[in-house]
Design a protein around this ligand. Sequence first.
Ligand code: CTP
Length: 396
Amino acid sequence: MIADRRVLVGVSGGIGIYKTCNVVRQLTEAGAAVDTVMTASAAEFVRPVTFEALSKRPVLTSLWERDQALSHIHLGQSSELILLAPATANLLAKAACGIADDLLTAILLAAKAPVLAAPAMNDRMWANPATRHNVSKLSERGWKFVGPAVGDLAEGPSSSPGRMVEPDEIVANAVRLLRAPSSGLNGKRVLVTAGPTREKIDPVRVITNPSSGLMGYAIAAAAFSRGADVRLVTGPSQLPVPHGVEVVRVETTEELRDAVGDDLDRSDVLVMAAAPADYRPRSEGDQKLPKTDGAVTVELEPTVDVLSATADKRRDGAIIVGFALESEDGFAHARQKLKRKKLDLVVLNMAREPGSGFETTSNRVSIIGKDDVRELQKMTKLEVAELLLDQVEVLL
Ligand code: CTP
C-alpha cells in the first residue's frame, strides 16, 4: 500500500514521543522509507538511535552535522509526506511564523510535501489564543491535523484536548494522505454495512448469525485509507471502529434498511457486507418465555431484503456491491443474486470452506462482475478489501 513511499517524521520534544516510536515502526513495517528528524528537545526524551533502529535509516538532529549541509533542502523536497509527531506548541508557533532556526523548522520552510501534524501539549497551551491562531494559519496553508485527544496529560488528568492521539490513528491518517491522491475513491462517499443483525424472540433471546463484521470493517478501513468519506452501518460487533469512519449502529434488519436508505442517495458506492437475519419472530414476547420440557415453536416471518427495498434510492452511476455466502452451487447462486439484486459486483465466499466466511480473519472469495469472474487465493480480509476496492475504482 505504501511500499517505498518517502515519509519524513519530524519529532519535537513532548512526552508523547513514546508513541512516535510505534508510528515509525508501523510505517516502516508497511514498507515506507522513513526519515526521522529530531529537534534538540526531542533528543532529550528519546535518543536518536531508537528511531534509527526502528526505521533502519539514519536520523538527523542538526543543521550542523558533517555531510548534511543541504539536508534541509533535499529531505524537504524528496519527501511525499511530512508527519510531525509530537507537534509541540513551540513547533507550531515557529512554523506558523516561518522561523527556521533548526533542522526541522528549516525543512518545513523549504518543503513542498503535505504536512500532517499530531499536536501534543498541555491542554491550556492548546486552548491559548496564540496556539489557536497558529493552528488556523497553518490549516489555511493546507496543513492537516490529527488530534489532539482528550485524556490524561503528563501533569495529571484532563478533560480538555491536549494529549497526542494514539499511534494507529496517526498512521491511518498518514497512510490516507499518501494514498488518496492516486485513488479513484478520493473524495467519494462510500457506505459499507457490516456484521449480523439481531431479531428478538423475547427480552433475553435473539435470532442472529455468527458474522463478526471483520469483512465490512476491513472494507471501511481500506476505503478511508484511499481518501473516501466512509459511513459504516454495523450490526452488533465487538470490533474497534476503523479510524476516520463514521459509524451508525443498528440492531435489526429493519433498522439496517432504514440506515442504508437514509444515506443511499448521497453514496457513490454501497458495499453490503452485512449478514442480515432473514427471518424474525412473528411476535416478540414481552416477558422471558419460561423453559418447558417439550419442544417450542417460534413462528418466523421474513425480514425485509435491504438491497431490494432500497434499490430505488440508489444514485445514478453508484456502484453496488453485494456478498453471497453459499454452501453449494456458489457461482450459480451468486450470479442469480447479481441479477436479482441489481448489483455491479458480488463477492462469493463458501460457508464451509476452512479459513473462509464467518469469524475468520482470512477469506477465499471470487469477485463476480456482469461479464467477468476473478477467483482469488485465500488471503486476509484486509487484502480482499483492497482487491475489491481496486475493482470498484475501475467501475467508477
Ligand atoms: N441482504 C440484504 N437483505 C437481507 C439479506 C441479505 O440486503 N435481508 C444482502 C446481503 O448483505 C448480501 C446479499 O444481500 O450482500 C446476499 O445475501 P445472502 O444472505 O447471501 O442472500 P439472501 O438474499 O439472504 O438469499 P439466500 O439466503 O437465499 O441465499
